[in-house]
Each structure stands twice: as structure tokens, then as C-alpha cells.
Design a protein around this ligand. Structure first.
Ligand SMILES: C[S@@+](CC[C@H](N)C(=O)[O-])C[C@H]1O[C@@H](n2cnc3c(N)ncnc32)[C@H](O)[C@@H]1O
Length: 392
């Protein structure tokens, strides 16, 4: 399937694929879990029975559906462009966000793409309008909503021209690529300040942004939520005052654990104890490491470093706990012997606050023992430090 940069060809292919013949080819492909070698044979066999352009389009769509399984439970029935799939919110993230739209009479999904968010938003609100200037994406969004039994209105338009009334809430996921290229970090189309200014027209607004966004671009009174799936930091969501719940939040999916600020006195800073906690990137990015420390009764090992420590095993969804076998000042020449003494084999090297090439170091250390471990290269009291740790 061509990318959304070639919408005419993409629409023509989509027309072909939605015919009974197109559906039959896609169904045959779906039944065949193909190894790369088998794929050629299946494609040849299909080309003997169907027009070549239909088979080519079906193979491309089949491949996108296969990749989309990582994001969507009904991927096998949905429609994608490569760019649309890459930029789409996963079902888990979209559903999480859409909860704040529950009960809205009418929600507008601006820049709906292939409809990753639309499906969740249209399911949460009574009515939904989806807007995108890319006709191929908009058509796919409607088809993908239909796969989920939903029938939102659609409007092919520049979002700048889209009527927002009557709507009680808006969601906007601006593009971070244009003309097939990634935009510069921090740039989007439409730009972030246009997106946040929507709150002057509709009270309830959420904007999906890159997790690396400049915190200075969050308007006063808005919430910024950092969302991770597992330890994979996915996005920042900016919530207007009408939808906001707290100033800052770290959310971990799929379970939906949420960490909010936990104000209090300063957190102690001292040498590592028996356990080290590596906070989830959503916690670190949200600036909630000290809040987590207060909640767990942990301390920091350096004023500037986002590792926490304690003498008891810290059980929390908000970080990964490691048991410290030993720690001390960073002395690279002693490391191989130290690791050997602990019988360390597979080695994960985690570097924070210390320069160095992790791959070169791993090659140099050549650990051959049986115990998997994590070597932490960091700073303690601003001094280069090494911690040899194992999973707790
Ligand atoms: C990041 S994708 C949206 C992904 C979507 N939320 C999802 O989960 O599938 C951005 C979309 O914005 C659209 N877009 C970018 N600028 C636009 C504009 N000015 N007006 C309308 N649509 C626009 C692009 O065509 C693209 O489909």
C-alpha cells in the first residue's frame, strides 16, 4: 500500500482491496503464516489468479496488518498506510486517554490519521467527528471505526478550517512527519501552540506530543502526562484545565498505574544500600523521581542522578528493582576480575551520568560466568561509580 504521501494511488488500491476479490486475496494471505521464502510462492500463485496490481497491494496491506498486531487487537481486519501505522496510537494508549472523554456528547478528533485514537474516542463519547486532510487516512479511519462497530462523522479538511461546534471536547494528534520525512524534534503540523490554543474555542482539549517536549511549551494550568507501555516511554499528553486531573502524572500501561506528585521534605542523598531502583522513564521524564522516593522511603545516590536506593527490596510498578552485589568507585581495570568473582555471564550495562561506550566496554569485559547481571555506570556524590547488580 503506498504511503499517505501518494493518496490517489493509495485510494485506488484501497478501492481494489475492498472489492470481493481484494477481500478474498487478503483472506488467503491471512490464512498463510508465511516465511519469507513461502511468500514468493504464494504471491506467484495469487498472481496466476488475480490481477498483479491487486496482489501487490494486498501483499503490502497484509504486511502492514502483520506489523500492526503489536498495536491493535483487530489489526487483521484494519487498514493502514506505513506512515499512518507508525504514527497511530496503540489501542492501549488510545483507550487510556479516551477515558477522560467518557460521557462527552460530541468529541472532535483532529488529525485522526488511520483512526487509532478515533476508535477509542468514538467508543467513549456519544458522537464523534474525525478530521484529516489526507483523504486516504480519513477513509481508513472510517473503515477502522466500522471494524469496531462505530460510525463517526468524517470531514476531509485542514484542521484549521474545521468547525468545532457543537463539541464539548477535542483531541489533536498533530503530525510529526511531513512529505515522508520526520520533522525536527519539537516541531509538528499543526504546531503545538496552535493545538493548545484550541482551548480558547472548546474547553476540553488534549494534545498528544512527543515525550521529549519542551516543558516550557505546556501552558499554565494544563496537566502534562507521560505515558509508557512497559519501560517504553511513548508520549506526553497535554490536558487543558477542563480535562486535567493533576499538574503532572506518570502513567504505566497496560496496568494503568499512575504516579502523581507527592510533595514533602527533601529526599536524602547517600551511598547505595542493598537495593537499587531504576525508575520507569515516564517517572523520570515527569520529574517525579523524588516523589517516588518519598512514597517508597528510598533515597537518592546522587543529587543529579535518577537512581534510588534502599536496604529493603522496593516493590513498585514504577521502577525496576535490582539487588546490589557490590559497588564502589569506577575502576575499569578491576571490573573484569570483580565480575568474574561473582560468576557473572550475560551482562546488561546501564549508563547514567557517566560517559563511555557501552558496547566497547562489554566486548572488553567478555564475561563467561552463569549469573546474568546488570553493571550500572553512574555517579555517586558526583564521583564515577560502578554497581554490580542482579535481578531481585
Ligand atoms: C500523528 S497522525 C494521527 C494519528 C492518529 N491519532 C492515530 O492514532 O491513528 C497525524 C495526521 O495528521 C494529519 N494532518 C497533519 N496536518 C494536518 C492539517 N493541517 N489538517 C488536517 N490533517 C492534518 C496527517 O494527514 C496525519 O494523518
Amino acid at each position: 500500500m503506498p504511503t499517505s504521501e501518494q493518496p490517489e494511488r493509495g485510494l485506488a488500491n484501497l478501492d481494489l482491496l475492498t472489492t470481493p476479490a481484494g477481500q478474498a486475496v487478503l483472506a488467503e494471505l491471512a490464512d498463510t503464516e508465511m516465511a519469507a521464502a513461502a511468500e514468493l510462492r504464494v504471491a506467484e500463485a495469487l498472481r496466476r489468479r488475480y490481477p498483479a496490481e491487486l496482489v501487490t497491494a494486498a501483499l503490502a496491506q497484509h504486511e502492514l496488518r502483520r506489523r500492526a498486531r503489536a498495536k491493535f487487537s483487530l489489526a487483521g481486519e484494519m487498514w493502514f498506510t506505513r506512515a499512518g501505522l507508525e504514527q497511530a496510537s496503540s489501542e492501549a494508549v488510545a483507550r487510556h486517554r479516551a477515558r477522560r472523554y467518557a460521557g462527552a456528547a460530541r468529541v472532535v478528533d483532529l488529525c485522526c490519521g488511520i483512526g487509532g485514537d478515533l476508535v477509542a474516542l468514538a467508543g467513549a463519547a456519544t458522537a464523534a467527528l474525525a478530521v484529516d486532510r489526507d483523504p486516504l487516512h480519513l477513509r481508513m479511519a472510517a473503515l477502522n471505526a466500522a471494524v469496531h462497530g462505530l460510525e463517526p462523522e468524517t470531514l476531509p479538511a485542514d484542521v484549521r478550517d474545521a468547525p468545532l461546534q457543537p463539541a464539548d471536547a477535542v483531541f489533536v494528534d498533530p503530525a510529526r512527519r511531513s512529505g515522508g520525512r520526520r520533522l525536527r524534534a519539537g516541531d509538528s503540523e499543526p504546531p503545538l501552540d496552535w493545538c493548545t490554543a484550541l482551548a480558547e474555542r472548546v474547553a476540553g482539549v488534549a494534545v498528544k506530543a512527543a515525550p521529549g517536549l519542551d516543558r516550557g511549551s505546556v501552558p499554565p494550568g494544563w496537566e502534562v502526562e507521560f505515558v509508557a507501555e512497559g519501560r517504553d516511554l511513548k508520549e506526553a499528553v497535554l490536558w487543558s484545565p477542563a480535562l486535567r486531573g493533576a499538574p503532572t502524572r506518570a502513567t504505566l500501561l497496560p496496568a494503568g498505574d499512575q504516579l502523581l506528585a507527592n510533595p514533602g521534605g527533601p529526599v536524602d542523598c547517600r551511598a547505595p544500600g542493598e537495593y537499587l531502583l531504576d525508575p520507569n522513564p515516564a517517572v523520570t521524564r515527569a520529574g517525579l523521581v523524588e516523589d517516588l522516593a518519598r512514597r517508597l522511603g528510598a533515597w537518592k545516590i546522587d543529587p543529579m542522578i535518577a537512581f534510588l536506593s534502599a536496604d529493603i527490596p522496593l516493590r513498585t510498578p514504577f521502577g525496576r528493582t535490582l539487588r546490589v552485589l557490590e559497588h564502589g568507585p569506577w575502576r575499569e581495570k578491576d571490573l573484569a576480575a570483580r565480575l568474574r568473582a561473582h560468576g557473572i555471564g550475560a551482562l546488561d550495562i546501564r549508563r547514567r551520568g557517566l560517559a563511555g561506550d557501552v558496547d566497547v566496554l562489554r566486548r572488553k569485559l567478555r564475561t563467561t560466568g552463569r549469573t546474568p547481571a546488570t553493571l550500572v555506570m553512574t555517579r555517586v556524590d558526583d564521583r564515577p561509580w560502578a554497581l554490580i547488580c542482579v535481578e531481585d
